[in-house]
Ligand binder design. Sequence first.
Ligand code: NAP
Length: 282
Amino acid sequence: MTKKLLGSKVVNEIIINSKKECSELKEQGINPQIAVVRVGNNASDISYEKSIMNFMEKADISVKSIVLDENIKEDDFIKSLKEVNEDESINAILVFRPLPAQLDEDKIKYIISPSKDIDCFSPVNMAKLFISDTSGFYPCTPLGVMEMLDYYRINPEGKEVVIVGRSLVVGKPLSMMLLDRHATLTICHSRTKNLKEVCKKADILIVAVGRANMVDKEYIKKDAVVIDVGINFYDGKLTGDVDYESASEVAGMITPVPGGVGSVTTACLVKNVLKACKQKNG
Ligand code: NAP
């Protein structure tokens, strides 16, 4: 029978461990605090911010919410970001992206302090990922995938792993993390030929495409592990990139959507805040 890989169990473990670490830091007079920088009042940003606050609260981490006008000029945005960079009481910064059109992300990513950049916005952290320098901050969605694999004792070493999707947010950084863990890797994208056949070779199939229910049992080897990173609204429902019912007929283990990787991503932010705090305080 197919095993459902639930994100909630992974989240619980991360929160329990983080709360303990946070209380140890507080005993030494260190107060972890994240600044969340939001431009405008986009509904999905507000909803993500609420979920971040909820997770941080569970781990006893303080949150400073910085809300800027949606029409803010680039110079003013940069000034605010520099203030947060320099604020000694803040250990970690998360800037909601995408930023509005008047703010050039390619310029701003060089301004966020790499030592506080817990979601790998800065090219310094992206470069550290590619050279396996673990002092950097890896992006939280691929980290969430790795946490899922580790929690359920799925060792990628020597396995055929296929990732569908090569974005900078998921596919590319995840490929680096899996190479570091000695997986044999194939990365697919919109120009990949014979996608079904390529996916069918995978012992571990990870899908991050953004197309509801695209992957069904025809793409999956018997007993493979299937990790669905997709989050789509389809027919008024939250739906993954994998057709769960169909895939469950052949997969050995599979993450549901909702209830799979999504919440683990936010829990990984908590881990990264504590990492930033510990690194700053030696
Ligand atoms: P993205 O930047 O749009 O990248 C999508 C990738 O899928 C691209 O590499 C694209 O190929 C590939 N692709 C598109 N159509 C394809 C097809 N028919 N066959 C094979 N590959 C195809 O998306 P993303 O930001 O990586 O997000 C992917 C999914 O993950 C979305 O559903 C998103 O909502 C979800 N997501 C979840 C979390 C979370 O759990 N917290 C976080 C981030 C994203 P090309 O490169 O050739 O265009």
